[in-house]
Design a protein around this ligand. Structure first.
Ligand code: HEC
Ligand code: HEC
Ligand code: HEC
Ligand code: HEC
Length: 419
C-alpha cells in the first residue's frame, strides 16, 4: 500500500467511526407538522376544500392525552413509581420513555407520543406527502399506512397499549402503581379523540367501524399471545398475564367464585387473563363459526398449561394462539360487516354475558367497550343509545364490588338499546 492509500484507508476508518450507523429514518418532531396551512388549523376544514381536517395538531395538542404522555412522567404518581422502581428520572429511563416519549427523541420531553409515533418517522416522506394523491408514494417512502391497513394500525397502537418485547408494563410496574392496560381499537380511536374524517361505507365495507372493532379484537389476541410467549420464555409466571382479581379480591364466604365453581380448572390454580379473548369468542361464533372449535382448543391449551403446570411455561401454546389470532384478523379485514351482522353480534354478546362476565372485570371492560363501539355503528352515534352504556362504565369503576351476575344483568339491559 502506498502512503496516500494508507492515509485514505485511515480517513475512511475514522469516518466510519464518527458517522452514526446506518439508521432508521429521522423524526421531525410535532412542531414540524404544525404550520397553519398543514395540520395547524384552528377548525375543521370543509370537506370540499380538503380531504383532511387540517387541525390535527390543535386536537392533539389540546385534547389528546398523547401530547402529555411525557409530562405525566413528572406527576406525583410517576414520582412514586420511580421511587419504588429506583428510577432516577422517568423522563430519561427507557422503562418509561419506550411508550411515553416516542416520535421525536430530541423533543420527546415536550412532545410525548407525537404524530410520528403512529404515522412513522417522517424524514423521507415529509416532502412527498404534501402533494395531492400522494398516499401510496408516502407509504412507499416509510409512512405507516394507518389509513388502509387496519391490522397495522391496530398492531401499532398495541405496541404501547398491550406491550411488546421492548415495551413492557409487567406486574412489577403495576405493583409500583402503573394503571392497568386495557384496549379496544375502535373505542380508543374515538376517545383519542379522532382527528380524521369518518370512513364512509363502501361496497364490501358497509360498517367500517364494526370491521375496525373486529380486526382489533383478533389482533388483540395475536399481540397479547405473542407477548405472553415472549414473557413465558423469559420469566414465568408473569402475574400480568393472569386474571388480576383472582388474587386481588377480598376473601368472603359468599364469594362468587365459590358459588360459580372452577370448571375444568383445579380450585385455587392460576388463571389465564381472558379479557382479550372472551368477546372474540362470541365474534368468531357469529362471523367465522368454523373457527370456533380451533379457537376454543388453543385457548384451553394455554389456560390448562397455566393452571396445571406452573413449572411449564405456556410458550408453544401461546405461539399457536397468536398464529390463530393473526389468521382471524386477516379474515375479518375482508369481511363485509352489515348492520344485521352488528345486531346479531350484540344479541350474541348479551346471550353470552354471564360467561363473559365470569372471566372477571377486565373481560367485562372489553365487553363494555365493544358494546359501545357496536352501538355507535348501528345507531349512527345516537346519543341516547350511547347513554345506555354509561351505567356499565360506572359499574366498572368499582372492581371490588364486581359480581358477574350484576354486570351481566346491566349488560343485557344496555344491549337492548342497540337492537
Ligand atoms: C408498554 C408501554 C408503557 C410503558 C413501558 C409505561 N407506560 Fe405508562 N402508560 C401507558 C399507557 C398505554 C397508558 C394509558 C393507559 C390507559 O389509560 O389505558 C399509561 C398511563 C400512565 C400513567 C397515567 C397517566 C394519566 O393520564 O393519568 C402514568 C402516571 C404512567 N403511565 C407512568 C409510567 C411510568 C412512570 C413508567 C415507567 C416506570 C411507564 N408509565 C411505563 C403505557 C406505558
Ligand atoms: C396515537 C396515534 C396517532 C397520533 C399520535 C397521531 N395520529 Fe394522525 N391518525 C391516526 C390514525 C389511527 C388515523 C386514522 C387512519 C388514517 O386516516 O390514517 C389518523 C389520521 C390522520 C390524518 C388523516 C389522514 C387521511 O388520509 O385522512 C391526518 C392528516 C393525521 N392523522 C395527522 C396527524 C398529525 C399532524 C398528528 C400530530 C399532531 C397526528 N396525526 C397524531 C393516529 C395518530
Ligand atoms: C408510543 C406509544 C403509544 C402508541 C403507539 C399509542 N399510544 Fe395511546 N397512549 C400512550 C400513552 C403513554 C398514553 C397515556 C398518556 C397520558 O395519560 O398522559 C396513551 C393514552 C391513550 C388514550 C387515553 C386513555 C385514557 O385513559 O384516557 C387513548 C384513547 C389512546 N391512547 C388511544 C390510542 C390509539 C387509538 C392508538 C393507535 C392509533 C394509540 N393510542 C397508540 C401510548 C401510545
Ligand atoms: C397470582 C396472584 C396475582 C395476580 C394474578 C396479580 N397480582 Fe397484583 N399483586 C400480587 C402480589 C403477591 C402483590 C404484592 C402484595 C404485597 O407485596 O403486599 C401484588 C401487588 C399488586 C399491586 C400493588 C398494590 C396493592 O394494593 O397490592 C397492584 C396495583 C397490582 N398487584 C395490580 C395487579 C394487576 C393490574 C394484575 C393483573 C394484570 C395483577 N396485579 C395480578 C399478586 C397478584
Amino acid at each position: 500500500m502506498k502512503l496516500t492509500e494508507v492515509r485514505l484507508a485511515l480517513i475512511l476508518v475514522f469516518l466510519l467511526a464518527i458517522l452514526p450507523p446506518a439508521q432508521a429514518q429521522k423524526y421531525i418532531g410535532a412542531g414540524g407538522c404544525a404550520s397553519s396551512n398543514c395540520h395547524g388549523g384552528t377548525s375543521v376544514a370543509s370537506e370540499k376544500d380538503s380531504r383532511i381536517w387540517g387541525n390535527e395538531y390543535a386536537i392533539w395538542q389540546l385534547n389528546d392525552k398523547h401530547s402529555r404522555a411525557s409530562k405525566v412522567l413528572t406527576d406525583p404518581r410517576s414520582k412514586r413509581m420511580a421511587e419504588i422502581l429506583r428510577i432516577s428520572d422517568p423522563q430519561k429511563d427507557a422503562r418509561c420513555t419506550s411508550c411515553h416519549a416516542v416520535g421525536s427523541p430530541e423533543k420527546s420531553a415536550n412532545d410525548g407520543v407525537s404524530c410520528e409515533a403512529c404515522h412513522g418517522a417522517a424524514e423521507k416522506w415529509l416532502g412527498t406527502h404534501t402533494q395531492s394523491n400522494s398516499h401510496a408514494a408516502s407509504v412507499a417512502a416509510g409512512m405507516v399506512d394507518t389509513k388502509n391497513n387496519i391490522r397495522l394500525r391496530a398492531t401499532n397502537c398495541m405496541e404501547c397499549h398491550v406491550g411488546s418485547k421492548d415495551r413492557v408494563v409487567d406486574h412489577e410496574l403495576y405493583a409500583a402503581g402503573h394503571p392497568d392496560l386495557n384496549f379496544e381499537l375502535d373505542t380508543f380511536t374515538w376517545a383519542q379523540p379522532v382527528h380524521h374524517r369518518d370512513v364512509k361505507p363502501s361496497a364490501g365495507n358497509a360498517k367500517p367501524r364494526v370491521r375496525n372493532w373486529a380486526v382489533g379484537q383478533a389482533t388483540g389476541m395475536a399481540e397479547g399471545m405473542r407477548l405472553l410467549a415472549t414473557r413465558a420464555a423469559k420469566n414465568w409466571p408473569e402475574f400480568a398475564e393472569l386474571e388480576c382479581y383472582q388474587c386481588h379480591h377480598d376473601l368472603r364466604q359468599d364469594s362468587w367464585r365459590i358459588q360459580q365453581g372452577y370448571g375444568a380448572h383445579k380450585p385455587g390454580s392460576l388463571q389465564l387473563n381472558m379479557s382479550r379473548m372472551a368477546v372474540l369468542r362470541v365474534l368468531v361464533s357469529q362471523m367465522a363459526p368454523e373457527m370456533s372449535s380451533p379457537l376454543d382448543a388453543v385457548l384451553n391449551e394455554v389456560a390448562l398449561t397455566i393452571s396445571n403446570q406452573l413449572s411449564v411455561a405456556p410458550i408453544r401454546a401461546a405461539e399457536k394462539a397468536a398464529a390463530l389470532g393473526d389468521q382471524l384478523a386477516a379474515k375479518f379485514e375482508k369481511v363485509d360487516f352489515t348492520e344485521q351482522n352488528a345486531k346479531a353480534i350484540v344479541r350474541a354478546l348479551a346471550g353470552e354475558s354471564n360467561r363473559i362476565a365470569a372471566h372477571g372485570v377486565h373481560a367485562a371492560e372489553v365487553a363494555t367497550m365493544s358494546l359501545d363501539s357496536l352501538t355507535a355503528a348501528i345507531t349512527g352515534n345516537s346519543k341516547e343509545a350511547q347513554q345506555a352504556i354509561t351505567p356499565l362504565y360506572d359499574y366498572l369503576e368499582h372492581p371490588s364490588v364486581y359480581t358477574p351476575g350484576g354486570f351481566a344483568a346491566l349488560f343485557r339491559k344496555a344491549a337492548g338499546a342497540a337492537n
